[in-house]
Design a protein around this ligand. Structure first.
Ligand SMILES: Nc1nc2c(c(=O)[nH]1)N[C@H]1C(S)=C(S)[C@@H](COP(=O)(O)O)O[C@H]1N2
Ligand SMILES: [Mo]
Length: 437
């Protein structure tokens, strides 16, 4: 704890000196600067000569600054100690070290709301779903009938917020400052959306879906919609796009969309509408709340970081990018003196792709070591990886994980593709550890 206080105090009491130590240095840390940086992170930095200039040590990158003394922790029945990123609307992320399970327990699953949380219905089987628009027979079907009429399927599917990783963009991107915890991998049970769409008879003119849900707008104004997104019709017809009524074997909790939600895995989480009431099959790209301007949209051509956006340059963010997390070692962990071998494990996923490699480094990327990587049990389940690293001495180390997707795309060291709302920031996960002397 002393070390965290030290960093916070250093920034509060003498921000210029702190910046000179932690940010303003160029190239190699030497002499007094190295000793001072070592004091801040709590130990010697054996690989200091490889630290990139300007790198903010991971030990402090996620622990709050002088302005935000510490994370605010969620206190909600049935939920673990998630970190609150916003309380109106409620947004909470899962610290990476709480994501160690292969299947994310419901209590540890992140929460993202854009509006209010609707009152849970007492009679879930009477919940009505409407399918209309570009279909030959519009449907109005109760959840009870939906469960009976269509085959029930269960898949492990990762769901990731489009803004996951946003906190690492420079300059700061607007929105909830997710680190890497806007993701979870639950076991979802429901019916395939395509079975239901086929029952309604999808017309050749169908291009896109438009979701409408029961969550009231934050303002309470019934004329305004909290969120209304959709997916291209081909995505809606995929085997793993489901209308889910259960999460990890139990009815969905209220915050996760009770009694019925979509799960469109691989896409930004916002496409997975909770509290779902209507799917409007459209003859063009949906233009509901969250589909236009710079919302869940990314530049076609790179833009100058921090510059003004031209909406004409923007397109809908579809597949999420590749990412990996280390889940068995907590950022800032102190390891007992003499620790030289350290097992590492975690998960990796890549939106609609699969992950073909995960590598780790302990020396700021000078050398990389390949990890063992499992195949997913079903498409869109995150993949487990593991390895062991050898730490040469006592001191401060950073463990970095980097995944590569099936197209050969790799996570960058810092988020690339700056955009005003900070989507798709998939920088490598960095975990600081201090091996006691
Ligand atoms: N109706 C509705 N559905 C929604 C949202 C919302 O605000 N309203 N938020 C979306 C976003 S942005 C994300 S990332 C996921 C989060 O799902 P979770 O809260 O179950 O983790 O739900 C999506 N579905
Ligand atoms: Mo999201």
């Amino acid at each position: 704890m002393r070390r965290e206080r030290g960093i916070t105090e250093l920034y509060r009491d003498d921000p210029e000196r702190a910046d000179a130590l932690m940010l303003g240095r160029r190239g190699v840390l030497r002499g007094a600067a190295l000793a001072a940086a070592g004091a801040v992170v709590g130990g010697a930095i054996p690989f200091a000569r490889h630290m990139p200039g300007g790198l903010i040590p991971a030990a402090m990158a996620q622990q709050g600054t002088a302005a935000t003394a510490g994370p605010k922790i969620l206190k909600m029945d049935g939920k673990a100690d998630l970190v609150i990123l916003g309380d109106r609307p409620l947004v909470a992320e899962t610290p990476e070290h709480l994501l160690d399970d292969d299947v994310t327990p419901t209590e540890k699953f992140f929460i993202r709301t854009n509006g209010q949380i609707p009152d849970a219905t007492a009679t879930p089987d009477a919940w009505e779903l409407t399918i209309d628009g570009e279909v030959s027979t519009p449907l109005k079907i109760k959840l009870g009938e939906l469960k009976q009429r269509f085959p029930n399927v269960t898949h492990k599917l990762q769901l990731e917020c489009g803004g996951n990783g946003r906190a690492f963009f420079t300059p700061e991107a607007s929105g909830n400052q997710w680190t890497n915890g806007g993701v979870g991998n639950a076991e979802w049970t429901g019916v395939r959306l395509r079975d239901v769409l086929q029952a309604a008879g999808v017309k050749p003119s169908a291009v896109y879906t438009g979701n409408y849900s029961a969550d009231p707008h934050l303002s309470g104004d019934p004329a305004r919609v909290a969120l209304s997104r959709g997916v291209p019709i081909a995505k809606a017809m995929e085997e793993h796009t489901i209308l889910a009524f259960a999460m990890n074997g139990k009815p969905l909790p209220a915050v996760h969309g009770f009694p019925l939600r979509l799960v469109a895995p691989g896409y930004p989480g916002s496409a997975s509408a909770k509290w779902l009431q209507r799917i409007w099959v459209r003859d063009k790209e949906h233009d509901g709340q969250g589909m236009t301007g710079t919302s869940y949209r990314v530049p076609r051509a790179p833009m100058v970081p921090g510059s003004k956006a031209d909406p004409k340059n923007f397109m809908v963010l579809e597949s999420m990018p590749v990412r990996s997390i280390i889940t068995n070692v907590r950022n800032g962990a102190e390891l007992p003196a003499g620790t030289r071998s350290l097992s590492l494990r975690g998960h990796a996923w890549a939106g609609e792709k699969t992950v073909k490699a995960v590598d780790v480094t302990i020396d700021y990327g000078q050398t990389w070591q390949a990890c063992a990587l499992d195949a997913p049990p079903n498409k869109y389940c995150w993949q487990n990886w593991r390895t062991a690293v050898t730490l040469p001495s006592a001191g401060y180390f950073e463990l970095w994980a980097r995944a590569t997707d099936s197209d050969g795309r790799m996570q960058p060291p810092v988020p690339a593709g700056w955009n005003p709302q900070g989507y798709g920031g998939n920088a490598m996960h960095r975990v600081a550890v201090l091996v006691k002397a």
